[in-house]
Design a protein around this ligand. Structure first.
Ligand SMILES: Cc1ncc(COP(=O)(O)O)c(C=O)c1O
Length: 448
């Protein structure tokens, strides 16, 4: 790309960097060499020093319709002229109902009831709380255990990190994690599945690990199992063929609710409204966030089945059915953004487009197999990861170097440790996906 060279000092002109504590960031390193963006459109970010950055991860897996889509921007602007905030408890506004009914129609049957939150973390904690309260409402309150999975990411609330399985996210908070939580083993086995294209053929039997936990704890104590249909944050870990189907069967056999955390896999990432459609397995509760508004306004939530919802709708009508909610549940701006975003996805056929781009991404990432230090490559939908061997004694350093190299050359990817993730928006051109691959190839060679 023809543009000025990366110059970190030009990024921070007259900006006080001290006060802001950035999330999931090496703050001290960042402030020595800041990376700022101040504008975005379509597939590109722009930096204050006039550089253009190809967005290789749809923001943080959220800008699935690209940045600043004019129809979504217009809807949010119009909403501001109409209603800024509506009281969320005991009062409603039309767009919250409209968006809920749209989402209920789009989610697989019988997921027909929507509860709004504001983020993926809140969506996950909401799902876990509804699962516990569901059993209690049915007079089965002995079901208090929650089962997550190793390498799972369900946000950063105490519920989410308790069922989550990414060790560094839990370590400092170990003393305050939820009791009664256990984890399924993860599904990664490089000897048997490295360099799989799409869903690995090996590994369905790993779902039997749930039977082990049932035998250990007794089904009568287990409320729910929560998994991402495809683990995103841990580095695009794709479910083996048959694995999720088997989890569903085991949950059904033991009266355990199955929660799919679809914060990443929803809204086109796997070429459908929900990843559940793609994998052909319907959970009892699905979480969503990110792509529901293409990242334009924060919004999250859950869609629950008729059975789950029905369990709450008993008892005296003057009593609350669920002691849970957020000041900003169903915020008018978020709902306006959500309604417009769903229209864009449908009207522009963006999920068909995503499915069409999937083989391009697959070809591009797997062409990196022979590059230095590549130990695995995975892809599913518009998500892919290239896993690198760590530098001796410095896990994560090589990944960071590759990320920085790409950034300096005008492509923003994401590194989680030594795994480089790609997640182009559904609007990407094939040539832009090729450009992401070439930037990564270049970086792999440069930092070898
Ligand atoms: C599967 C999953 N669940 C939950 C979250 C948390 O979402 P948020 O950062 O909006 O709280 C994420 C974020 O990446 C996610 O990938």
């Amino acid at each position: 790309m023809n543009q000025p060279a990366f110059d970190p000092s030009a990024q921070q002109d007259e900006l006080d960097l001290d006060a802001l504590w950035l999330p999931f960031t090496h703050n001290r390193l960042f402030k020595k060499q800041p990376r700022l963006v101040d504008r975005a459109a379509g597939m590109y970010y722009h930096t204050p020093d006039g550089r253009r950055l190809l967005d290789g991860l749809s923001g943080l897996w959220c800008s699935n319709a690209g940045h600043r889509h004019p129809k979504i921007v217009a809807a949010v602007k119009a909403q501001l002229d109409e209603l800024d905030y509506a009281v969320a408890f005991q009062v409603g506004h039309p767009k919250a109902f409209a968006l809920a009914s749209r989402l209920a129609a789009l989610a697989p049957e019988p997921l027909n009831h929507v509860f709004f939150a504001n983020s993926g973390s809140e969506a996950c904690d909401t799902a876990l709380k509804i699962a516990l309260a569901y059993h209690k409402a049915r007079g089965d309150g002995g079901r208090y255990r929650l089962i997550g999975r190793e390498k799972g990411y369900h946000g950063v609330g105490f519920g989410g990190i308790s069922v989550g399985g990414i060790a560094p996210n839990r370590k400092a908070f170990a003393g305050a994690l939820l009791p009664g939580v256990d984890h399924l083993r993860h599904t990664v086995d490089p000897a048997r599945m490295a360099f799989s294209r799409g869903q690995p053929a090996w590994g369905a039997h790993l779902a039997e690990d749930l039977e082990r936990l049932v035998a250990l704890h007794d089904a009568s104590t287990i409320a729910a199992v929560i998994v991402e249909p495809m683990q995103g944050s841990a580095g695009v870990i794709v479910p083996p063929i048959g694995y999720l189907e088997r989890l569903r069967e085991i949950c059904d056999a033991h009266g355990i609710l199955l929660i799919f955390d679809e914060v990443i896999t929803g809204f086109g990432r796997l070429g459908h409204w929900f990843g559940a459609e793609r994998v052909g397995v319907t959970p009892d509760i699905v979480t969503f966030a990110k792509g529901v508004t293409s990242g334009v306004v924060p919004l999250g939530g859950v869609v629950v089945s008729d059975t789950v919802h029905e369990a709450f709708m008993h008892g005296p009508e003057h009593l609350l059915e669920l002691f849970h909610g957020y000041t900003y549940s169903g915020h008018p701006l978020a709902c306006a953004a959500g309604l417009a975003t769903l229209e864009v996805y449908e009207g522009e056929g963006l999920f068909a487009r995503a499915l069409g781009l999937e083989p391009v991404l697959e070809r591009v990432v797997h062409s990196l197999r022979e590059e230095p230090n590549v130990v695995d490559i995975r892809n599913f939908g518009l998500a892919a990861a290239v896993e690198l061997a760590p530098r001796a004694g410095a896990a994560g350093l090589r990944g960071m170097e590759v990320f920085q190299h790409c950034f300096e050359r005008g492509v923003m990817l994401r590194c989680t440790g030594d795994i480089i993730a790609l997640g182009p928006a559904c609007i990407a051109q094939a040539s832009e996906i090729e450009a992401m691959g070439e930037a990564l190839r270049d970086a792999l060679r440069a930092v070898a």
